[in-house]
Design a protein around this ligand. Structure first.
Ligand SMILES: [Zn+2]
Length: 360
């Protein structure tokens, strides 16, 4: 009898091991951290069935699709480490850095007149219909003379009003109720800023980035803001994209002043002129808003950023952010090479939540 009991015990132990309980530590359970995977799903079993397969591919699209990290090449220890620290959705969106809270939008946006001009002349430069400027600034007519330094209301909206709506792809899209980028500290809009209109998440993420930059470097150089989109989106020459309020160009932070004839043009980055610390802080702050889909920049600039930032980043942060040093391009990385972007970043933002005709 005792012998039978002993055999039964050994058999049960074997079955228990085979069923995976020994290998499936609590950290492996996708349901611990990801409510989209139902508890008791096949994820823990998968870890037993294939030792080399990533435990939770669905949770780690960026990493499991990353170059050089095919599932079959990942070893068990790294799989376990990753799932033990399985990130929340916001962790992934912020490239595993602490997310920043987006600053509130500005509902009344004033633009400063730079030169002696009139309402009729300044309206197209700001991309605001003259009729709107006159309606927002009572007493003005088309021919009203405007003085440098004078501030005019360029856009006003109620917090309860309709939010900007981005439709289509960025290279074939539109935006309605677009929000203008306000003037602010830490950056400057071009003298004429007809193309500074975007979605709420685009504008708020940019404001959040510049607020972080200006707080850390109050005496740092102002960042050169380029185009976002036109007030109603659509084709914006010379760009192919920038059509739906979700693309933006802005310059790097440099150690030298722009001495060219065009002080508002972007400066090409090289080892001698790039302020890598401030440039990294700027772009890191933007990524930490969680709204960035991709950052296009020349591979040479990406390499400089990698060299500076890599020692401070974890392996999974490097995977999500960079394609270098392994390859020049990777569809999984946030930084992507685009020729012609050696003098500025081109950032593409995510579609705003719930905007179903917006295409990423
Ligand atoms: Zn661009």
């Amino acid at each position: 009898m005792k012998k039978h009991v002993l055999i039964l015990c050994v058999l049960s132990l074997c079955l228990w091991i085979i069923s995976g309980n020994v290998w499936a530590s609590p950290g492996n359970l996708a349901s611990d951290s990801d409510s989209t995977v139902p508890a008791g799903s096949a994820v823990p079993q998968a870890s037993v069935a294939s030792k080399s397969a990533p435990l939770d591919e669905a949770q780690w699209p960026a990493i499991s699709n990353a170059p050089g990290m095919k599932g079959s090449e990942m070893d068990m220890s790294s799989s376990l480490d990753l799932s033990a620290n399985a990130p929340s959705e916001s962790d992934k969106k912020c490239a595993f850095m602490p997310c920043l809270k987006l600053v509130d939008p500005v509902d009344d946006v004033y633009y400063t007149v730079r030169h002696h001009t009139t309402v009729a002349q300044v309206a197209p430069k700001w991309g605001v219909p003259a009729a709107v400027i006159m309606a927002l600034n009572p007493g003005l007519t088309l021919e009203s003379k405007l003085e440098p330094g004078q501030k005019l209301l360029a856009d006003a909206r109620l917090p309860s009003g309709p939010e900007p709506y981005s439709r289509g792809k960025t290279n074939r899209g539109r935006i309605s109720n677009a929000r203008p980028m306000p003037e602010g500290e830490g950056y400057f809009l071009r003298t004429a800023h007809p193309n500074s209109w975007g979605t709420d998440n685009t504008i708020r993420a940019l404001m959040t980035m510049f607020a972080a930059y200006h707080e850390k470097y109050p005496d740092g150089p102002e960042v050169n803001m380029g185009d976002i989109s036109r007030r109603r989106g659509g084709r914006l020459r010379p760009h192919k994209s920038h059509q739906a309020g979700r693309d933006v160009d802005f310059g790097f932070v440099h150690t030298v002043k722009n001495e060219s004839r065009h002080p508002e043009s972007f400066i090409r980055a090289d080892d001698t002129n790039l302020d890598i610390e401030k440039t990294w802080y700027l772009i890191e702050s933007l990524i930490r808003t969680g709204e960035v889909k991709v950052v296009y920049v020349d591979i040479r600039v990406q390499k400089m950023l990698y060299q500076y930032a890599a020692p401070k980043l974890t392996p999974e942060q490097k995977e999500v952010l960079f394609s270098v040093p392994r390859r020049e391009t990777s569809s999984a990385a946030i930084f992507q090479h685009w020729p012609g972007h050696r003098n500025h970043f081109h950032v593409r933002f995510r579609c705003p939540a719930g905007q179903l005709t917006c295409r990423e």
